[in-house]
Design a binder for this molecule. Structure first.
Ligand SMILES: *[C@@H]1O[C@H](CO)[C@@H](O)[C@H](O)[C@H]1NC(C)=O
Ligand SMILES: *[C@@H]1O[C@H](CO)[C@@H](O)[C@H](O)[C@H]1NC(C)=O
Length: 543
């Protein structure tokens, strides 16, 4: 009997060990990043930037599906620092998400090694600094997850693959911007737009005539949606945050905060240079910047008017969003086609409705979700949960549906069951575009429309071929509905990608919980986990 039990324990150990080992067989990619301050001049005036290995924007991460990423971050700033990964799902591993709800900040002069895996993912994403208002100073960069060699990609290999990190920019430092927010005001209007850290005509992409290139654009800005277009060229959309799309050609594309698109451009025009234009959307005035598409051996500089963006507002953008669909027969990260998962046939067991608002609380501008404006706790929520430290947060501290009561401050955490399938409706009664991101997940954007969502809105859902992605927009006075399979245990940040709104409370955490408490569902706390707040000095594990 006793022997049997020992044998049984040994077998369980072997299973856990081998499960863990499967990971070990995937290649490892190592990065060592030194994070420093450094002078940058993106809009012609000197600013203090945050650089990674001396670079602004930071280095690109390239990996293949299932690769392990070992990223050692040395913080040479005089303030705490964290990097988060927009779109890397970190399956079973919210320990590495790099937001303050999951990780202790890396103190000045210290280092932390992230151990990530691009598990079952392909596509284009970016990383960014998540604390304070560091995102206004740089330290962001592109992430490309390439398909494994034998998995078909639904287009011929492009002649080149270019990353475009674009977004609004402020001449004020991240500290000044943070002070404005801390004192209870929203940010001023941005000073300009950047493409790969440069201003007007500051960046050149070189192409050979007749060849086709892939461009991956992320909106890494703080407050505004953008539109991109290329003089004289169409953009053939191929991928959105890990979903291969129907390959529609667009003359311009809207990219909301935190979103990433990839498209193909064929250099099929006469040899000369062309404008790549990025402008702000739904703003007045409209900000514009340009980069250059340079045909190799072109001696003709860019000329002619800079192509204008869409002039019609919401309807144009909404129709474009609806035209972005899954290619059901193309592979995603796995060999089987994307369409073999019939998300539209699954019945949601719960509907969560999230309404954003912009209340004043104690005389200060705040932003809220279902009347709760998030305030960080003194201890990362994930650690408080793991060490069972009471009084840091309460489950259920944010309601499932909008309330009409006064807004209030709280460290809001919503509970959810592992393996449940949920419908989330983002309802926006404000007159600005919202952009929502969910950590740890990719979700199906089943519908969006003007007005108030009602159960009858479900009749118009796309239950067949909408894309799965990690960031979705919600138009002014409109709703967006998503379906999400809660297959990733952890503490996950649901947030506005408008960085002022996020900073002032438009975010919360979703605690996806499995009572099994098994390594199959969630990895144990990393041995190198930084401990802080009320988790300081706790003992992690003997392994
Ligand atoms: C990195 O951090 C670890 C753990 O805190 C420490 O032991 C190590 O000395 C650090 N390395 C450097 C080069 O600072
Ligand atoms: C969808 O993907 C398939 C398979 O790779 C490809 O042959 C087809 O052209 C794609 N269809 C569209 C409309 O993009």
């Amino acid at each position: 009997m006793r022997n049997q039990r020992t044998l049984c324990a040994f077998i369980i150990f072997l299973v856990i060990f081998s499960l863990h080992w499967v990971n070990g067989e995937d290649p490892y990619i190592f990065h060592t990043w030194k994070v420093t301050y450094g002078d940058i001049y993106p809009l012609g005036v000197k600013q203090q930037g945050i650089l990674i290995n001396g670079q602004f924007p930071g280095p690109q991460i390239d990996c293949v599906t299932n690769n392990n990423l070992i990223i050692s971050v040395y913080n040479y700033l005089n303030e705490p620092f964290l990097i988060s990964w927009n779109g890397l799902q970190q399956r079973r591993n919210s320990w590495q998400d790099g937001v303050y709800g999951t990780n202790c900040p890396i103190p000045p002069r210290k280092n932390f090694t992230y151990v990530l895996q691009a598990k079952d993912q392909i596509g284009s994403y970016f990383y960014f600094p998540s604390l304070a208002f560091h995102k206004a100073a740089g330290a962001f960069g592109g992430i490309r997850i390439w398909s494994r060699p034998r998995i078909p990609v639904p287009f011929p290999p492009p002649a080149g693959d270019h990353t475009i990190l674009a977004g609004d920019w402020f001449k004020r430092s991240h500290r000044e911007l943070k002070l404005i927010l801390d004192s209870g005001h929203n940010l001023p209007f941005p000073d300009g737009l950047l493409i790969n850290g440069r201003g007007w005509n500051g960046y050149t992409f070189t192409v050979d005539q007749g060849k086709t290139y892939r461009f991956r654009i992320s909106n890494v800005g703080l407050t505004t949606s953008i539109n991109i277009r290329i003089q004289g060229h169409f953009m053939k959309l191929v991928e959105v945050e890990g979903s291969h799309t129907l390959q529609n050609a667009y003359s311009s594309l809207d990219i909301h905060l935190g979103q990433t698109f990839s498209f193909l451009v064929t250099a099929n025009q006469p040899v000369k240079d062309y404008y790549i234009v990025v402008s702000s959307r739904f703003t007045s005035p409209v900000l514009t910047t340009t980069a250059i598409l340079h045909y190799s051996n072109s001696a003709t500089r860019v000329s002619g008017p800079v192509p204008g963006g869409p002039t019609t507002q919401i309807d144009w953008s909404l129709n474009q969003a609806r035209s972005i669909r899954w290619n059901l027969t193309a592979s995603g990260p796995r060999p089987n086609p994307q369409g073999s998962y019939h998300y539209g046939m699954v019945k949601a067991s719960r509907t969560i409705m999230l309404a954003n608002s912009a209340p004043y609380i104690n005389g200060k501008q705040r932003y809220a979700v279902n009347s709760v404006s998030f305030v960080p706790a003194d201890t990362p929520l994930k650690l408080a949960d793991y060490f069972k430290i009471g009084g840091v947060f309460n489950l259920g501290s944010i309601p499932d549906k909008p309330t009409w009561g006064n807004a209030y401050l709280a460290t809001s955490v919503m509970g959810a069951d592992f393996r449940s399938f949920v419908e989330i409706v983002f309802q926006n009664w404000e007159d600005t575009v919202q952009s929502w991101h969910i950590g740890g997940y990719s979700f199906w954007v089943v519908g969006m429309d003007g007005g108030q969502w009602t159960p009858a809105s479900r009749l118009r859902y796309n239950l067949r071929d909408t894309v799965a992605r990690c960031t979705t927009q919600v138009y002014p006075k409109s709703w967006t509905a998503i379906y999400m399979a809660l297959d990733n245990v952890g503490m996950w940040n649901i947030r506005s990608e408008n960085w002022a709104r996020q900073y002032l409370g438009q975010q919360f955490y979703l605690r996806v919980y499995s009572p099994a408490n098994s390594w199959r569902d969630e990895y144990p706390i990393p041995k190198n986990a930084l401990l802080c707040g009320r988790a300081s000095g706790r003992y992690t594990r003997p392994l």
